[in-house]
Design a protein around this ligand. Sequence first.
Ligand code: AMP
Length: 282
Amino acid sequence: MKIFNDINELRKHLEIYRTEGKTIGLVPTMGYLHKGHISLVQKSVKDNDITVLSIYVNPTQFGPTEDLDKYPKDLENDKKLAKEAGVDVIFIPTNSVMYLDNHATYVNVDNLTDNLCGKSRPTHFRGVTTIVTKLFNIVQPNGAYFGQKDAQQAIVIKKMVKDLNIPIDIIICPIVRENDGLALSSRNTYLNHEERNQATILYESLQKSKECIKNGEQSATIIKDMIKEMIEEKPSATIDYISIVNEDTLEDIDYFHGNILIALAVKIGQTRLIDNLRMEVI
Ligand code: AMP
């Protein structure tokens, strides 16, 4: 497994694979790897000859009051897990490598970034689409692997690739969860024991919603109220949003029909967690 911090050296190395006709998969992450990240790596290793993992905590996707400075790090463990999972190349750039002093170019996807996380994190997706575009241009992979855990991010990136004719397949992998349903996240490490127990309410309320919709409930308001009630029973929880949207437009819906996404963002103590559920309602 090779590790690069420098863009030109990484490019030179990847060029060798490319001239040999090898396919390259890219897994972009912010590090502090867990089994969710590893599931993306495993899919890439299965689909491609070479898998590149990037580890970069991208400052432009964090708001001024968010957790950029305390985002968890454990590079040695990341390297170990990456190697075990079959990663061929890790790219770990610094901020000065990724953003020159006079950086002035950003990628914006309109409309799809207005709702859900875009509402409470207004500059977040601009940061994500900019860094992902940069990583795509640096690595030039055949496919890039993202998690359904960040449902809006997945939809926004697919749209960006389509709109900008970027010749990269976007592969979305299922959410990996703990045994009690909590979606794996690097941020789960911030939770104390009590908060960790209460955090399962996101998954539980999504499962309950699925059951109600399957049993014929048609009103999004009723489901949102039910989720709200369940979450508000947990003393550590503060709701950021509970949204039920059309999966193509990410606009709120009143009644269930077609491909829908139920998406939650909830602060448990000081830790903002997200989770979601996709359903096809006929
Ligand atoms: P992050 O390091 O949090 O930016 O995540 C990097 C990638 O891993 C993103 O595409 C995430 O959607 C994905 N990911 C994070 N957590 C999970 C999970 N629990 N299951 C599947 N994918 C995940």
